[in-house]
Design a protein around this ligand. Structure first.
Ligand code: SPV
Ligand code: MG
Length: 669
């Protein structure tokens, strides 16, 4: 597509303002002339080639355009008889480089806002700018419109007409028809009329849609009075405010291009989504919010950056009240749709507008996103994530995973509720569920090599951090090796319980023989583990079984303080009572003396408490330790039973996941 700007004329109604240069060089803002603004906006649309017809002060004009140093290929075509002809002849002079091209064609004295040219270019049909809201001018162009298409253009038409300006987007088929007629007019020496006179002869074959821009700015400047009005409106437009929000941690050309477009609408404020909000719907950001803010603040067109702390735009929009919100149209469907709907509603409260640009699925960008995800799955990046999440959120949750597929469920399950997105923060590799998946009892029978294999299976397909159930940790001499292996694999935390001998699952309580380790012994195990680890990030959590074994609150607290003193990075207190009061009592008493050490809970029995209540009480990690296993296996048993009962599989189809859902859960590499 080429742009054609007609700048041959005298512009005599401008008086002294055009006495030493062509009218298009008139200043309209402290930074722009009519022409420099037109060229900048043309360039933003992606058009690379411009044809400018010259005449009056042609050398001044050419030198001026050169001095702008714009990244455009500009061809000047001189109309040697500009003072004796109208612009129909200027076009005629340029016809050979204009034929067979889609073009945007405008008068050189036209000032418009960016969205006008942008929307006209997007229009699939040829079109001309009209306005249904402006009054019909006495002496300027009007377009006669029938069924939405322009039939005649001229100053003499008033019936069925709308105010119109010489700004066209013309597809080459229509343009060639009009250009042929222009050629015919000029060949017949009919050079003193408007190019539109030629159009009026062929409007049945050259279909131009009336493109109604209503009261958006698109005006010509003929007189100093016009200049005053347009400059004032332009100032208002340039003071408009625009808001967009980014969650990205790398900037690519797609971002640059949407920022450029957004900045054309007004002063652009970029919201940078907080780490917590990003982690809640996408993935953990590779760089933190402050760094992402710095990245975006330095992009051309961005006036300022602010932090947006929630996925919902509602509160930030109500406080900033931007004239426009800009976003890609990818949020028109899918999980972001409710957020978009809310934006539309909030903008409606004060008359703001939503501007959406087509979202481009570019393989290059998808590769970048994939690479970022891959990076997040790397041991060194993954390992420190629990500490970071604790810092960021105060209280996090984890769900059990015992295989690649349960890891993917833990990784991907997302719930959108009240404008917020919820995902699990981490995964728990439970000894109970890992053993159960292997058909074995939870008595430290599944050896470490096999447990590591489970971790590998999960890590291979996920990025979320892992908390490993280390049972008793085994002998201290063995535990130090376990710590190093887990650390090397990228596990974030191991939880070991203060029991010795043949460990049985805690939920048996006192129904089975279980031996609690001595405080001294267990403290030594913790110390040895801490000494052996190679990174600062890895965490060892000490799990206290006193309440399970009915040894009382005092014993639990004594152990908790001793284990924290021995260097434990967190304390897990366990209970198998439905009533959560002993858990709350422990938290309260522990927090009276230790406000720092994170408290971990596994609310399998005391499952009526909400996360927020645990958080308020002072807990930091909530582990849903076995729910995928406990819900999954009965479903499988049921399917197996249904097949046996019916001697075919049809009856169990309704309880089976569709193949399509399975495919989308498991991404292809
Ligand atoms: C596990 O999930 O294996 C645990 C937690 O250790 S519990 O089963 O509650 O003991
Ligand atoms: Mg266990």
């Amino acid at each position: 597509m080429k742009a054609l700007i007609l700048n041959s004329g005298l512009g005599s109604r401008m008086g002294v303002l055009s006495s030493e240069h062509p009218k298009c060089m008139t200043e309209i803002t402290p930074h722009d002339t009519i022409l420099s603004r037109q060229l900048r906006l043309i360039e933003k649309t992606g058009i690379k080639e411009v044809v400018i017809t010259t005449g009056y002060y042609d050398k001044v004009l050419v030198d001026y355009v050169d001095s702008l140093e714009l990244p455009l290929t500009i061809t000047f075509v001189n109309n040697p008889v500009y003072d004796k002809t109208n612009y129909i002849y200027s076009i005629y002079c340029a016809k050979d480089i204009l034929r067979d091209e889609d073009i945007v064609f405008m008068h050189g004295d036209l000032v418009f806002e960016y969205s006008v040219i942008e929307d006209m270019i997007k229009c699939p049909e040829s079109c001309m700018k009209v306005s249904s809201t402006l009054p019909l001018p006495d002496k300027d162009f009007k377009a006669v419109i029938k069924d939405g298409y322009v039939k005649k253009v001229g100053i003499e038409y008033f019936d069925d007409a709308m105010e119109a300006q010489a700004l066209y987007k013309l597809n080459k088929e229509d343009w060639n028809v009009w250009l042929d007629e222009i050629e015919a007019f000029c060949d017949a020496d009919n050079k003193k009329v408007y190019a539109e006179n030629a159009f009026n002869e062929v409007s049945d074959k050259c279909r131009i849609k009336a493109f109604d821009v209503e009261d958006r700015l698109c005006s010509e400047i003929d007189t100093p009075e016009d200049l005053e009005v347009v400059a004032k409106k332009l100032k208002e437009i340039l003071n408009r405010t625009v808001y967009m929000c980014f969650s990205t941690d790398f900037i690519h050309s797609g971002h640059i291009s949407i920022i450029e477009k957004a900045s054309m609408l007004g002063k652009l404020t970029v919201g940078v989504l907080s780490d917590e909000a990003v982690a809640s719907f996408k993935r953990y950001p590779l760089i933190n919010c402050e760094e992402r803010k710095a990245l975006l603040a330095n992009i051309k067109g961005v006036e300022r950056v602010v932090e947006q702390t929630e996925l919902s735009y509602a509160s930030i929009l109500r406080s900033l009240k931007p004239d426009y919100v800009v976003h890609g149209d990818d949020w028109c469907s899918g999980f972001q749709k409710p957020i978009r709907d809310e934006v539309v509603a909030v903008l409606g409260e004060y008359g703001g507008k939503l501007v959406e640009y087509p979202y481009s699925h570019d393989e290059k960008y998808e590769e970048l996103e994939k690479a970022s995800r891959a990076e997040l799955s790397m041991p060194d990046i993954r390992r420190g994530r629990i500490r970071k999440l604790l810092q960021m959120k105060g209280c996090i949750n984890a769900i059990e995973a015992h295989s690649g597929i349960t890891g993917l469920i833990a990784e991907k399950t997302t719930v959108l509720q009240d404008g917020k997105t919820y995902q699990f923060d981490a995964m728990w590799v439970s000894s109970l569920c890992d053993s159960t998946a292997k058909g074995k009892p939870d008595i430290e029978l599944v050896d470490m090599t096999s447990r590591y294999r489970t971790i590998e299976d999960i890590m291979e397909v996920t990025t979320k951090p892992i908390i490993f159930d280390g049972d008793t940790g085994g002998l201290t001499e063995h535990f130090v090796y376990t710590v190093r292996s887990l650390e090397r694999m990228g596990v974030s935390m191991v939880i070991i319980e203060d029991k010795t001998g043949l460990k049985k699952n805690s939920l048996f309580g006192t129904e089975v023989q279980q031996t609690q380790d001595s405080i001294e012994n267990f403290c030594e195990k913790i110390r040895a583990g801490k000494r052996s680890q190679k990174t600062k990030e890895f965490m060892i959590c000490a799990r206290i079984e006193s309440l399970i074994l009915e040894r009382g609150m005092e014993d639990a607290l004594e152990r908790a303080f001793a284990f924290a003193g021995a260097g434990a990075d967190a304390i897990m207190i366990h209970s198998r009572k439905k009533d959560p009061s002993e858990i709350f009592e422990f938290i309260k008493k522990f927090r009276e003396k230790d406000s720092e050490t994170p408290i971990v809970l596994v609310p399998t029995s005391f499952n009526s408490v909400y996360e927020e209540e645990f958080k308020e009480a002072g807990a930091n990690i909530i582990i849903y330790a076995n729910q995928l296993t406990r819900s999954g296996f009965p479903a499988m048993q049921n399917a197996a039973r249904l097949i046996l009962e019916n001697h075919r599989a049809k009856e169990c189809d309704d309880i089976c996941m569709s193949i399509k859902d399975i495919i989308t859960l498991i991404p292809e590499e």
